[in-house]
Design a protein around this ligand. Structure first.
Ligand SMILES: [Zn+2]
Length: 54
């Protein structure tokens, strides 16, 4: 079963690909869909908290 990844509606400022909210061992986090090619990560998990509010 692949790990679930939800679109955040936020675009990566470095490569222009959408950022995805993923479920990690320590909870949800946001990473670039271009990973591992792009290693951009938001400073905090603020974006992850905004998702789900919609
Ligand atoms: Zn990126």
């Amino acid at each position: 079963m692949p790990s679930p990844a939800e679109p955040t509606g936020v675009t990566c400022p470095e490569c222009g690909k959408p950022l995805l909210k993923r479920q990690g061992r320590y909870g949800p986090f946001v990473s670039c869909s271009g990973y591992p090619g792009c290693k951009y990560r938001p400073p905090k998990s603020a974006a992850a908290e905004k998702v789900g509010a919609t």
